[in-house]
Design a protein around this ligand. Structure first.
Ligand SMILES: [Zn+2]
Length: 156
């Protein structure tokens, strides 16, 4: 999925979780959540985030390959475990792991799919949306409507 789709999806999922929880998550939580949704694509030097740190991105791409370990369910679980049980910063751990999970959820919907248990299993789960396709644009439009609805829902 494209950068902007990940941005819209993380915004929508944040607003949705926020409305479900019935409490206002802090502003910092929101920022960390949305920024974390870009983390997995660091394994692709041509992605938006990969271009920002090309050398680091190339190293990670060589190590894990695109949509490898950094796109597996193990990453958010590992980060959650480290942040909550070792560093003991629960809210940051939750925000980062949820942000990454929102990215993974969206990439699961793509035709290329994801190997959720990489590097232990390379079996992929594939979706039906081609990255950059017209269908992705429609999906973006729907996300935008959901975001507008959820913002109004919060305000009134
Ligand atoms: Zn991705």
């Amino acid at each position: 999925m494209l950068y902007r789709t990940h941005l819209l999806f993380s915004l929508a999922s944040y607003l949705f979780l926020d409305s479900l929880a019935g409490v206002n998550f802090k502003y910092q939580f929101f920022l960390i959540f949305v920024l974390s949704s870009f983390i997995p694509d660091i394994d692709h030097p041509n992605s938006k985030i990969g271009q920002k740190m090309r050398l680091f991105s190339k190293v990670l791409n060589k190590l894990f390959s695109h949509r490898g370990f950094l796109h597996s369910m193990i990453l958010p679980l590992l980060i959650y475990f480290i942040f909550v049980y070792i560093i003991e910063v629960n809210e940051i751990g939750l925000a980062v792991s949820l942000g990454i999970s929102s990215h993974l959820f969206l990439d699961l919907m793509t035709k290329n799919g994801l190997a959720l248990f990489a590097p232990f299993s390379n079996r992929k789960i594939n979706g039906f949306i081609a990255t950059g396709s017209f269908l992705e644009k429609i999906f973006c439009g729907i996300l935008l409507l959901i975001i507008i609805y959820l913002i109004f829902y919060r305000l009134f």
